[in-house]
Ligand binder design. Structure first.
Ligand code: DGJ
Length: 741
């Protein structure tokens, strides 16, 4: 039984294959305390770790120091205002203006399976796959119940948490802070990893020592954002890819978030994640309930690599729902970097003609096909075809593309409205804005007020009409600006603090309606590149555009940071033209292909205009995609070397679950003169099996000793390693296929 309750000791124990999570009920009052989360242990009676035997003891033993107790007890769901001065999980605003609450245990139940979270994306599993513990806490005075939910899966090391708050009283109460999970533990000289970036520079890894006080990452942009990411990992100072204890925390949410760690006077750390309390205030009328989004906790005793693989398995098996999740995605060519807004039917068909010849499988028409949009300054909201550009209309274009043997995909930016659009002229009040204040533009656009039900309906009808009008098999859903000027002409003043969250819920509703009405659609989320690459979006789309920076070298850092948490199957990655449009860097076409193979793989260039030698390489790149994509999509990911750390080269590999084969990618960023070959140690292989190595498309290397002429024990490859000759030139890569005998 993966979840147990020891009636006598009042201890809950949740087990996953390799981890245990233990919490319990303390004191006569019934405080719910955290006890342990780490490597799996069999004994549940480790309540001594909560230190209630040390001063200030518990209130029943020493009530005169109740505040000291509140400020040091490891709470599972700490409440605001009574003396726990650490960052807390929940705070309210009562009609009397008070903010405090005290939560104590009422009851619990253990159920097979996992209930969906109303209106929110969340992991899922059948009754055979997972078990859920639901603990009810209450504040007697406010008559507010808090239901804490914990689910564990049979096949993956993760604990899924969420909270539901129900107003049982006869008065309104507002929630001003609702975190989804919290983890109180000793700080044993830990480090903290968070992900940071900007447009074209998303999710770079930042590691530093965990310091006293609060360190946090957040978004108040109405999306998870380019800049910071709803993820953090706390780890032992010497933890690395292959060893050490690591706790990863991620948030299944795509709007404003706050993820923080507070290290207090006793050197304990409180880690928490939830909706950003800034500009958040949610009114609960009598009987109303509020569901906080899901938080994902992953513990690994096998370093960052173990943590990443658990996140990948969890998301591939229990979060992504698309029918494409276990399928090879069609190799697409997107016209954005090929044409930007300057395209018409003829140009697109010329691209389709060439694309079909080299083996590409789908044409995606990006921004600029609707209203009168010839640049980014108009028409968002007017989702009808611009027949001046697309002569004969959309259906004609799609049919012609299909005749050439290609599928067809289309771009939308459904959440936006251009000031220069018919929609805005008809409904200026449909934009998010503060009454009496001119809203700020970003990319010359405003954001639709999705808290208005009629805006959600209008937007869905527009998309659905277009999708029904032709054989469209893919949608790229973009979002190119953050929210600001937070105000709604629809919401009453006392509910204005709900706008951000209502907006995110409406995005989820729209995408849910979309995948329900078009169940075979391949949906790719995107936000000015990768500003909304988060687990919330993965629930609706099996892949997300990683970044507008398609430069192979910058992508090494972006894809490393992304794959720390998310499976390679989810990372939108394309081969683009050079000089690269974001950086002006020139890299070999071959290397661009190797780097894109670590993601969904596709092209973002004008195939009619790139150099002939590059075009000639496409069929062999496509052959490699077909040969290795099952492995890349479904295998276990191991990071061997990080260019963002060593500034010289990058190396990672993917190993089949049955360890029968692997693919190693080695990218040398800058060559070095007169240096030895590099030694790399492989990971994840079966130590007892013999493997044959093959340099996949580099004939020159086959003669240098690591080719097909001999086999190696997995143990040798992992412990002693192999030597990789320095490729000639900068930005060069190698792919090494590893096959068991
Ligand atoms: C941002 C996306 O990331 C790009 O790929 C492209 O779709 C543009 N928006 C179009 O406006």
């Amino acid at each position: 039984m993966p979840v147990t309750f020891n009636e006598q000791k009042k201890i809950f124990k949740l087990d996953t294959p390799n981890t245990s999570y233990i919490c319990g009920i303390f004191d006569k009052e019934g405080f719910l305390g955290h006890i342990y989360y780490g490597d799996r242990i069999e004994e549940e009676d480790v309540a001594y770790l909560a230190r209630t035997g040390e001063p200030p003891y518990t209130p029943e033993v020493n009530n005169r120091d109740r505040l000291a107790f509140y400020d040091s007890f490891p709470f599972e769901y700490p409440a605001h205002g009574l003396g726990d001065y650490r960052d807390d999980c929940i705070a309210v605003r009562t009609s009397g203006g008070n903010s405090a609450l005290k939560l104590t245990y009422v009851s619990h139940k253990i159920i097979k399976g996992k209930k969906p979270l109303k209106g929110l994306p969340a992991t899922f599993g059948s009754e055979d796959e997972c078990t859920t513990l639901e603990i009810t806490l209450t504040d007697d005075i406010l008559e507010l119940d808090v239901y804490l939910s914990y689910s564990v899966f049979e096949d993956v090391d993760a604990v899924l948490r969420s909270a539901r708050i129900v107003n049982k009283s006869r008065e309104d109460v507002s929630l001003t802070r609702v975190m989804s999970a919290c983890l109180d533990m000793d700080n044993e000289n830990y480090d903290l990893i968070t992900l940071h970036g900007s447009w074209a520079r998303e999710r770079h890894i930042n590691r530093r020592p965990l310091n006293r006080g609060t360190q946090s990452v957040s978004s108040i942009r109405g999306e998870s954002g380019h800049q910071e990411h709803p993820f953090m990992a706390i780890m032992e100072h010497n933890a690395d890819q292959t060893g050490g204890r690591v706790w990863g925390i991620n948030f299944v949410y795509s709007g404003n978030f706050l993820a923080g760690c507070y290290v207090n006077q006793f050197d304990t750390v409180r880690a928490y994640i939830g909706i950003n309390p800034e500009d958040f205030c949610w009114r609960l009328r009598p009987g109303d309930e509020f569901t906080a989004p899901e938080a994902v906790l992953v513990y690994s005793g096998e370093g960052l690599g173990g943590m990443s693989r658990s996140f990948h398995d969890l998301y591939r098996n229990h979060l992504i729902r698309s029918p494409y999740k276990d399928r090879k995605r069609p190799i697409l060519i997107n016209n954005w970097e090929a044409t930007y807004f300057d395209f018409d039917t003829d140009k697109l068909l010329a691209i389709a003609d060439e694309a079909a010849k080299v083996g590409i499988e789908m044409l995606v028409m990006d921004d600029g096909w609707f209203g009168y949009r010839n640049s980014d300054n108009s028409s968002l909201g007017d989702w009808y075809v611009n027949e001046n550009k697309l002569k004969g209309g959309l259906k004609y274009l799609v049919d012609e593309v299909n005749k050439r043997g290609l599928k067809f995909g289309i771009w939308f930016e459904p959440e936006m409205i251009s000031p220069d659009s018919e929609l805005y002229r008809a409904h200026p009040d449909w934009a998010i804005r503060i009454t009496g204040r001119e809203p700020g533009q970003a990319r010359e656009q405003y954001v639709l007020d999705l808290s208005r039900p009629e805006v959600v309906d209008y937007t869905f009808d527009q998309i659905s009409t277009v999708l029904h009008s032709a054989n469209i098999e893919y949608v790229k859903w973009d979002m190119n600006r953050p929210l600001a000027d937070i105000g709604s002409a629809y919401l009453p003043a006392e509910q204005m603090g709900e706008l951000y969250h209502r907006y995110t819920l409406a995005v989820y509703e729209l995408q849910e309606r979309l995948v329900t009405e078009f169940p075979d659609l391949l949906l790719e989320n995107c936000s000015g590149g990768g500003a909304r690459f988060d687990p919330g979006m993965l629930y609706y789309s099996p892949q997300i555009w990683c970044s507008d920076d398609t430069d192979a070298i910058e992508r090494l850092s972006i894809q490393e940071g992304t794959s720390l948490v998310y499976p390679l199957s989810a990372m939108g990655a394309h081969v683009s033209d050079c000089p690269n449009h974001a950086l002006g860097r020139v890299t070999p076409f071959r290397t661009r292909g190797y780097v894109a193979l670590a993601g969904t793989f596709g092209y973002e260039l004008d195939v009619t205009r790139i150099p002939q030698e590059d075009r000639d390489m496409i069929p062999s790149q496509i052959e490699m995609y077909h040969r290795y994509n099952d492995l890349v999509r479904m295998g276990d990911y191991y990071r061997i070397a990080s260019y963002s750390q060593n500034h010289e080269y990058d190396c990672y590999m993917v190993v089949a679950k049955d360890k029968s084969e692997a693919l190693v990618t080695f990218i040398q960023v800058l060559n070095r003169a007169n240096c030895h070959s590099r030694r790399i140690r492989l990971q994840g292989l079966d130590p007892k099996r013999r493997y044959r190595l093959e340099y996949v498309d580099d004939a020159a290397d086959r003669s240098k000793g690591e080719g097909t002429d001999r086999t190696y024990l997995g143990e040798t490859l992992m412990k002693a390693g192999i030597l990789v000759q320095n490729p000639w030139g900068d930005y060069q890569g190698k792919l090494i296929s590893v096959k068991a005998e």
